[in-house]
Design a protein around this ligand. Sequence first.
Ligand code: ADP
Length: 170
Amino acid sequence: MAIYPGTFDPVTLGHIDIATRALHLCDKLIIAVGDNRNKSPLFSVEERMSLIRESLQPLGIDGRIVVEYYQGLTVGFAQKKGATMIVRGLRAVTDFEWEFQLALINRKQDPEIETVCLMTSQEYSFLSASMVRELAMLGGKLDEVVPPPVADALRSKFDAKSMSADVRDV
Ligand code: ADP
């Protein structure tokens, strides 16, 4: 059993790629959606969780991947679930320092839980949730960066925002 923790605001094709590839290393994966208070998220925790579930459905692997919410220490959540592995994704060198620090801190909390970083697939190496949010805000094409339910949710979120801005402008 492994956990894949993150903010997933929103889930991207890069995240889905890491989660499905992690299934080669574990029988069951929990995508653990954190409530990161340092970031003010675009989507609520409930929205983020259901977007991940909807995105996984067509892949036919949702029995082996479950989506859960957690608060507090990632290691504490892994312990509670009986997970022995924390999965993270690595993109460019810029991810490395942070992920390295996190892995060492987490190992101090519980040396029995290993952090495993999977290298991004080349086509997603440039992809981040923050870039997706920016792209959606500017009305860019979303089909190659997020699963279809996420593209729909982003469009309606920003349509709703621009409509309320229009009302304010009047
Ligand atoms: P966090 O807020 O914890 O960084 P994210 O939702 O941004 O959470 O990302 C969760 C994990 O997925 C992180 O390890 C991040 O490096 C990884 N990740 C995000 N996007 C990609 C991608 N395109 N390719 C590979 N890994 C990724």
